[in-house]
Structures are given as C-alpha cells and as structure tokens.
Design a binder for this molecule. Sequence first.
Ligand code: PGA
Length: 253
Amino acid sequence: MRKRIVAGNWKMNKTYEEALSLVSEIDNMVKDEVNGEVTVIVAPPFPFLQSVGKLTQGNDLMYLAAQNVSEHESGAYTGEVSASMLKSVGVQYVIIGHSERRMYHHEDAQTLYKKLKAAIAQGMTPIFCCGEPLEERDADRHFDYVGKQLHDSLSYLSNEEFDKVVVAYEPIWAIGTGRTASSQQAQEMHAYIREQLSRMFDAEAAFNCSILYGGSCNPGNARELFSQPDVDGGLIGGASLKSRDFTDIIKSF
Ligand code: PGA
C-alpha cells in the first residue's frame, strides 16, 4: 500500500532557536498523539537541517526534508547545496519544483529533471510539486497544464527511479491564499495525475505513488481532503509553522 504522508514546508521562516523549539514541540506531540500509520516530514531551511534532524532521529515516524537541491554534483556553484551534502547531514526527502522555485528562481522542467536525478542518485526521495495558476483553471486547462508539468520532468526517469518519487499537487491559487481546492477538485486532479503516471510508468508503480495535496490545508479541511481515495496526505505550508495545527493535520487520517 502507498504511504500516507504529511510534510511541513517551513519555507523561509523561523530563526535557529525558533526552529528547534518548533520541531521539539512537533516531536513530542507526534510521540504522544499519533499512531504509526503516517510518515511525518519536516522541511526546515538549509542552515537548520542538521540540528532539526538530530532532534527527529529518535522518532520513528519523523523524517527530514530539504526545500531544494542543486542539479549539479559539486563545484563552482556559489550559494548552491548539493544532494550529497544533504545526504551527509541526514536528509531523506527533497522538495523539488515548488511553484515558488519555478516562479522566483526560473526553474524549468529540464532543471527539475536534473534535480530529481541528483536526489534519487543519493538515495533520497523527491517530493515533486506540480499545480496550475488561476488563469489556467479559469480557462479549464488545468489538467493539460499539470499533465505537461509531469511529462516534461518525470517521463525521462526509469521505472526504478520513479519508484522513489512522491508527487504533490499544489494549485498555485490555493497556496497561502486561504482558498483551498475542494475535496472534489483535489480528488479529480489526483486521479488524473495517477492516470498520467500509469501511462509513463508501470501501473503498479503509479498505484503505489503517494500523491499529496498542498494549498491552504489546515486542521479544519484536512480530514475531508485526506478522505479522498487518491489523496495520500498533504504538503503543508503556513499551518506547519504551528505545532498544534500541524499535529492536528497529521491526526486527520
Ligand atoms: P500553504 O502552502 O499551506 O501555506 O498554502 C503550501 C505549500 O506551498 O507547500
């Protein structure tokens, strides 16, 4: 069966002390309140990865993610962080292709493909993000738009490489806006994504791929979203910065 996953994307928030207290609170709440059926991931900013990772090490349910990775192995790339560096400080998951990276850092489909390869080569699991802007949904082109994003970055992977990948559907109009996709909108897009994946890879691999929903997910709407057959969890932004809200989302399964 595919994994149920709740991942917290902290984005560019928190100082060192704040990051440590947030993860300690989450760690304690998860230990006390969450049964063993959910994979919980936290994605703090780069400078805090190692320290946050040390605090989650003793918790079997919790894993560490980076928010980005370089497509290059090593060398003269000032300001970049490689997959082997992340691996060496205990990172297990990497968010790749978040709409904020695509938009503000001009990451294109080929670059994202290289990032996927780099993460997978180091044995890490990519969380590959896709999702349409509002004008594409309003023009009823959201399926084609997301289908193309999947095809343009994922279809060059082998079946074996794809086995590692988690997909996150994050409609851009729902990110940080308080406007969530309805559970029906999420389900129909997730089913479409799974169908596209089954055309590119083994049907079984597509069936086993965890597809997360992201975009204004909160304790009030998570249960309804996660009850959909093709919604296998969430990628949480704003609500992952509050330990109580994040834990309540995890408990929504
Ligand atoms: P949000 O962000 O939950 O704050 O809408 C989700 C994301 O961008 O991963």
